[in-house]
Design a protein around this ligand. Structure first.
Ligand SMILES: NC(=O)c1ccc[n+]([C@@H]2O[C@H](COP(=O)([O-])OP(=O)(O)OC[C@H]3O[C@@H](n4cnc5c(N)ncnc54)[C@H](OP(=O)(O)O)[C@@H]3O)[C@@H](O)[C@H]2O)c1
Length: 237
């Protein structure tokens, strides 16, 4: 396993939740991090909280020029982690589908990740890695949300396609079950229990538990084109 000591890690989506936990764990492992997200006040506050190993740069992944500027500001780096995501993401039932609005909902998670990969190629080390973030709705569809499942699959599709296209840069994805980020904690205990009570590990995961998978994928120098599920065993039920 490669060490992260002295490595440079860019985390887009690092203002909060899983991305922030990845940035903190990377710093603990000796890396320098550049964290990005769309609200400058939030990303500056996150960088300050992360401490001297971190720099915050505002980036809106819906805007190609902003993504290009982020990677220019970041300079050469080793690993990119992409956890940026918006939450207005349930597309609704098929008969009521608003096709145009649905296209817009792909801007952050899918097109944002594609834009980040495009400009990352200008600065990333050939020994480096890119890790994207998907969700278990890709594999455990729920009624009323077929496009949400399709959208979740786009992340994994992009990761395996990029793994071929950008080799020897490694590209993988982490597929998250229910992870107790600030956003999810806002749902309240009853709703969280509803999603997790039947899991083999009957609780939500912590952001630190999720971060472990990203650290593994950054370090695992013979692993590319893979999806690591952090789902409390949700794949089994
Ligand atoms: N938590 C879960 O249970 C779970 C399950 C499955 C999948 N996921 C996915 O995993 C990812 C991380 O989840 P999380 O719970 O850690 O969510 P989170 O705390 O909301 O983190 C998402 C981050 O993305 C940033 N962001 C939003 N829009 C952006 C944009 N246009 N450009 C750049 N950055 C942007 C946000 O910061 P700003 O507001 O400053 O932009 C925020 O820091 C998300 O994509 C989420 O959908 C999460």
């Amino acid at each position: 396993m490669a060490k992260l000591d002295g490595a440079k890690v860019a985390v887009i989506g690092g203002a909060s939740g899983v991305g922030f936990a990845v940035a903190a764990a990377a710093i603990e492992a000796g890396a320098h991090v550049v964290v990005g997200s769309s609200q400058s006040a939030r990303i500056e506050a996150a960088a300050e909280k992360l401490g001297p190993g971190a720099k915050g740069v505002a980036v809106d992944v819906r805007d190609e020029a902003s993504v290009a500027a982020f990677f220019e500001a970041a300079g050469p780096f080793d690993h990119l982690v992409f956890t940026a995501g918006d939450w207005g993401h349930m597309f609704g039932a098929t008969r009521d589908l608003d096709v145009e609005a649905s296209k817009a909902r792909m801007e952050v998670r899918f097109w944002g990740a594609a834009r980040a990969a495009k400009y990352a190629t200008r600065q990333i080390s050939k020994d480096g890695s890119i890790t994207l973030t998907g969700g278990m709705l890709a594999h455990r569809p729920i009624p009323g949300a077929p496009l949400t499942t399709a959208s979740a699959h786009t992340t994994e599709g992009l990761a395996i396609g990029l793994a071929r296209d950008l080799a020897p840069v490694r590209v993988n994805a982490v597929c998250l079950g229910l992870i107790l980020s600030e956003q999810v904690l806002n749902w309240g205990e009853a709703m969280i229990k509803g999603f997790t009570a039947n899991l083999p590990l009957p609780r939500g995961g912590t952001v630190e538990e999720a971060a472990e998978a990203y650290l593994y994928l950054m370090r695992a120098t013979y692993v590319t084109g893979q999806v690591v599920r952090v789902d409390g065993g949700g794949s089994l039920v």
